[in-house]
Design a binder for this molecule. Structure first.
Ligand SMILES: Nc1ncnc2c1ncn2[C@@H]1O[C@H](COP(=O)(O)OP(=O)(O)O)[C@@H](O)[C@H]1O
Ligand SMILES: [Mg+2]
Length: 241
């Protein structure tokens, strides 16, 4: 049997006086689109930080294709195929859009020519090629989010972790983003996504994981989870629209 692409076993993170992630276990198979939902403060971003290596777990194991990556930092995990964006998009605003992507591309592609080729390819993929020479500081919110995705794609990830990348976008920008992610998924990229927008979760995820107070309280098909009254009321009903 081949190992799941991502396997999380009893992952925990304790901050002073708070168990932010409490023994969370789940697997993600190659090619899946999985959403993580839950109220603010549920531990979603902290869980992502454990997966990507921004934070060290207090306990538990994270495996990528069967390899334990607990002790590897974010750059090593990125090179092993784990891409991510941040909840607050933070491009290097004094660099151009192209240079921002090159920073990522250089981690994986040696030599200016190869890195530039990759950067141009991913900028075209996310629809930002015409902005390549502009300063990243000039981008709109939706363009900044796409730049974040391009930066992650430049490292040829196998799985990409997106943290609330739809927040603040208008409906047509949301639709365009969903289309982009579905297209990337059709090309074989696996997605693990923290998302509040239910329309996005429905359009996007095959499987939904619900976190509350650091605990994985429900997991199942999007259809089942989103139709469970307790989940809707407790974990979605009190969310911002
Ligand atoms: N670096 C930190 N130090 C202490 N507490 C933190 C830290 N990061 C997050 N927390 C706390 O952990 C809990 C989970 O936060 P977070 O993972 O950001 O939740 P979510 O992304 O689901 O909104 C919150 O109570 C938050 O205040
Ligand atoms: Mg968060």
């Amino acid at each position: 049997m081949t190992a799941p692409l991502l396997s999380v076993q009893s992952a925990s993170k304790r901050f002073v006086g708070l168990l932010a992630v409490d023994s969370v276990s789940f697997d993600v198979s190659a090619g899946e689109m999985v959403s993580i939902i839950g109220p603010n403060g549920a531990g979603k971003t902290t869980l992502f930080n454990l997966l990507t290596g921004q934070l060290q777990p207090s306990g538990g194991t994270v495996r990528l294709r069967g390899q334990v990556v607990n002790r590897l930092g974010p750059h090593r995990r990125a090179r092993l195929g784990m891409g991510r964006t941040f909840q607050i998009a933070k491009p290097l605003t004094r660099l151009t859009v192209l240079e921002n992507v090159l920073v990522g591309a250089f981690m994986k592609h040696r030599g200016l020519r190869a890195a530039e080729g990759k950067a141009v390819e991913v900028l075209a993929e996310v629809g930002l090629l015409d902005r390549a020479r502009h300063s990243a500081g000039e981008l709109t919110l939706s363009e900044r989010r796409r730049l974040e995705v391009a930066r992650a794609l430049a490292l040829d990830p196998e799985i990409i972790l997106l943290d609330e990348v739809m927040a603040g976008l208008n409906p047509s920008e949301v639709d365009a983003a969903i289309e982009l992610y579905r297209r990337l998924n059709a090309q074989g990229l696996t997605f693990l996504v923290i998302e509040h927008n239910l329309k996005v979760v429905r359009a996007f995820a095959e499987r939904v994981i619900v976190l509350d107070h650091g605990v994985l309280i429900a997991e199942g098909s999007a259809e089942t989870i989103l139709a469970t009254p307790a989940v809707i009321e407790a974990y979605i009903g009190r969310q911002r629209a």
